[in-house]
Design a protein around this ligand. Structure first.
Ligand code: AMP
Length: 216
């Protein structure tokens, strides 16, 4: 049966960074709903244009279109052994839909690492974040700077600051997380799947805690 991990945690806590590392180390596919929306936006698809109106305000894209987009991604052959989900689900109804979809794909949510971080640190982290244009690799001006300013170490593409990483939007994203996504903590705790990890350590320390908690 295919195994899926759901990474839970507030914006800026390091879900994307850890998901990429875990994906490299385990060979499981990395599915980032935010990256999928940004790719659609870059290609100016109808979905991308719709998503932009919500993303720009720090709000959630409606469940129906988000679920349909993830469904299409889960059907790709690289997800047949499982995947690491980063940014999805973000509401209890998305989590219910995920369970139904995984059932259909002969998989299940195996574990839900919840990366915990203090809000004031998150706002600062996001305003120092630089993202790679080509593949979404993540750097931080202070804690994880690229070798050459403005250039991705991994693929040499341009680094940019996401529009929604500006302070005002970040505050709204954190509020949306607290209101709409944080109910997933008890949702998955009640299923015995939640694994709490302190996200305020170095990238490598958080990775080590995740790998040992997940026995990977
Ligand atoms: P992220 O890259 O995960 O921070 O997501 C960036 C933005 O994409 C979010 O602020 C939302 O507007 C949108 N988004 C990403 N994932 C979801 C989701 N599961 N449900 C609704 N909106 C999402």
């Amino acid at each position: 049966m295919a195994k899926f991990l759901v990474l839970l945690g507030p914006p800026g806590v390091g879900k994307g960074t850890q998901a990429k590392i875990l994906s490299d180390r385990t060979g499981l596919a990395h599915i980032s709903s935010g990256d999928l929306f940004r790719e659609n936006l870059k290609n100016q698809t109808e979905l991308g244009k719709l998503a932009q109106t919500y993303m720009g305000r720090g709000e959630l894209v409606p469940d129906d279109v988000t679920i349909a987009m993830i469904r299409e991604r889960l059907a790709q052959p690289d997800c047949s052994a499982g995947a690491i989900l980063d940014g999805f689900p973000r509401t209890p109804s998305q989590a219910d839909a995920l369970a139904v979809m995984l059932d259909e794909f002969n998989g299940h949510v195996d574990a839900v690492p919840f990366i915990i971080g203090a809000e004031d640190v998150l706002v600062e982290r996001l305003s120092d974040r630089w993202t790679c244009r080509a593949n979404g690799h993540i750097f931080n001006q202070k804690s994880n700077p690229p070798d050459k300013a403005g250039v991705c170490d991994v693929d040499g593409s341009e680094l940019y600051q996401r529009d929604d990483d500006k302070a005002e939007t970040v505050k709204r994203r954190i509020q949306v997380y607290l209101e709409q996504t944080s109910p997933l903590i008890s949702y998955y705790r009640d299923q015995g799947k939640l694994i709490e990890v302190d996200g305020m350590q170095t990238i490598e320390q958080v990775t080590q805690m995740l790998l040992s908690a997940l026995k990977m």
